[in-house]
Design a protein around this ligand. Structure first.
Ligand SMILES: Cc1cc2nc3c(=O)[nH]c(=O)nc-3n(C[C@H](O)[C@H](O)[C@H](O)COP(=O)(O)OP(=O)(O)OC[C@H]3O[C@@H](n4cnc5c(N)ncnc54)[C@H](O)[C@@H]3O)c2cc1C
Length: 441
């Protein structure tokens, strides 16, 4: 019996679904063969920013290509995208990251054009244009200058400022220990990540992308050449299991890509573990009345503390030392982290921050690439129909629009056209070669 027939029967109240693979028909219980088979040209695992952007671009470029997105949590309670602070900057050390971010910024300024479903709709992602200010002490001076050179070569509007220039522009800033600053005069700012995610989802679905609530639990594959034949999915609806096959399978599972790659290893020992896992990060929201009305950029302190503000409302965060990484089994916030690690550094940078009041806080998981804190994008070296897009380690939301475009080109045309992302390929993981991005926050 086919599932759709069963579903039709169930609407006649003859059949009910009881538990996984158990059906009840006219009072009798059967073990069902609900291993439904579905086919899609492109199958995306994970409906966060990376998965939905990729689905959108594939469908936009090739309307006849069927695209399915499998997402285990359509409410997005835990995933990284809506928990991010939505910052976008050209301040990167790798040319690819600068270019991806600049492409995304242009996309965001024209987001309505790309993502509105009806012409009368207005897609508002709350984009605020505001520069980042990176500060360097003598120790970080050469890195700041070298990064600026890379950014300039990509056409970014970052500019180096001496301590005096910094003081003239932001009189409240303590520049005593600062050798140089770098400020982004264009294509930087922040936006609402959840609104962007929802806009991608609505647009993708309106183009015909099939969005499925389910959890990928396993893969089955065959070799010579190696190919993932089926993706096993626990469907939320009716608690049934389904098997999906596709010409191209994209793993966009964010911080869960490490565990997804474990399932692939069970199929073929040549598979390499994807080094992307969770790292918990806190964001603290606080008030600082005395800075109200001042121009405050997106400040990146040499200590690693970041802070931005609108009016008297500020947010701040910091990545902990490796030895102080918090557990990742819940999203509880450690408020001492603000008092002990963040606040003293803020107060040193600006005396106005000596008296602040924390209003709220949240935690989220970075999709942390343990190899080099950088993206992994591209075809899997073993599984010929499998692609990865993960590991952005805290700078993924801003890359989403551009990365989806580049990956769609690789999937549909076999090569990158907009921005060459080859250096982000999985091959470096196998070789253990790091592609370091020095501007990680
Ligand atoms: C506190 C914080 C601040 C941040 N600030 C910024 C910032 O300012 N700028 C910036 O650019 N980036 C920032 N980031 C990083 C950014 O949020 C991430 O890099 C980005 O959202 C990653 O997107 P993703 O789609 O890869 O992963 P996710 O958003 O995590 O999406 C992955 C999806 O896959 C689904 N999934 C996983 N496993 C399965 C499975 N087996 N079956 C089905 N579905 C599955 C998950 O449910 C999830 O919805 C921040 C992150 C955090 C936590």
């Amino acid at each position: 019996m086919r599932f759709r027939t069963l579903r039709q029967l169930s609407s006649l109240k003859l059949l009910t679904f009881t538990s996984n693979n158990l059906i009840e028909l006219n009072g009798y219980r059967f073990i069902s063969t609900l291993n439904e088979q579905f086919k899609s040209d492109v199958l995306v695992i994970g409906g966060g920013i990376m998965g939905l952007s990729t689905a959108f671009w594939v469908k936009r470029s090739s309307p006849s290509t069927s695209v399915t997105v499998i997402e285990k949590d359509p409410q997005y309670a835990v995933c990284s995208t809506p928990r991010s602070v939505g910052g976008i900057r050209s301040h990167f050390s790798l040319a690819e990251n600068v270019k991806l971010s600049m492409f995304s910024f242009d996309f965001l300024t024209r987001v309505n054009e790309y993502l509105n479903v009806n012409p009368e709709d207005v897609v508002d992602i709350g984009l605020v244009k505001k520069g980042y200010l990176y500060l360097a002490t003598q120790k970080g001076l050469s890195t700041l200058i070298e990064n600026h050179r890379v950014q300039q070569s990509c056409g970014a509007s970052t500019q180096l400022l001496t301590p005096q220039q910094l003081k003239d522009k932001w009189p409240w800033l303590n520049v005593d220990d600062i050798a140089l600053g770098s400020y982004g005069f264009d294509k930087e700012g922040h936006f609402d990540p959840y609104r962007l995610l929802m806009a991608f989802r609505h647009k993708a679905q309106s183009l015909g992308v099939n969005y499925v609530h389910g959890t990928v639990t396993d893969f089955s594959g065959s070799c010579s050449p190696c190919k993932v034949d089926q993706v096993i999915v626990d469907l939320a609806k009716n608690q049934s299991t389904a098997r999906y096959s596709a010409q191209s399978i994209i793993i966009a599972g964010g911080s869960e890509c490490g565990s997804l790659s474990n399932q692939l290893i069970a199929q073929n020992k040549l598979t390499t573990l994807c080094p992307v896992n969770r790292r918990k990060r806190y964001v603290f929201a606080f008030k600082c009345d005395s800075l109200n009305g001042q121009q405050v950029p997106m400040l990146i302190d040499p200590s690693g503390v970041y802070c931005r503000g609108e009016g008297d409302n500020f947010i701040a965060g910091l990545s902990p030392e490796e030895s102080e990484e918090p557990e990742t089994n819940d999203l509880e916030v450690d408020y001492n982290f603000f008092d002990e690690k963040i606040w003293p550094r803020l107060a040193e940078r600006c005396t106005n921050f000596e008296s602040v009041k924390v209003q709220s806080a949240w935690a989220g998981y970075y999709d942390f690439n343990q190899l080099d804190e950088n993206a992994i994008i591209g075809r899997d070296p073993v599984w010929t129909n499998l692609f990865w897009v993960t590991g952005f380690s805290g700078h993924g939301i801003q890359m989403g629009p551009a990365v989806g475009k580049c990956l769609s080109e690789l999937i549909l045309d076999g090569q990158y056209k907009t921005i060459d992302c080859s250096r982000f390929g999985f091959e470096r993981v196998i070789k253990g070669e790091r592609l370091l991005e020095t501007n990680i926050i």
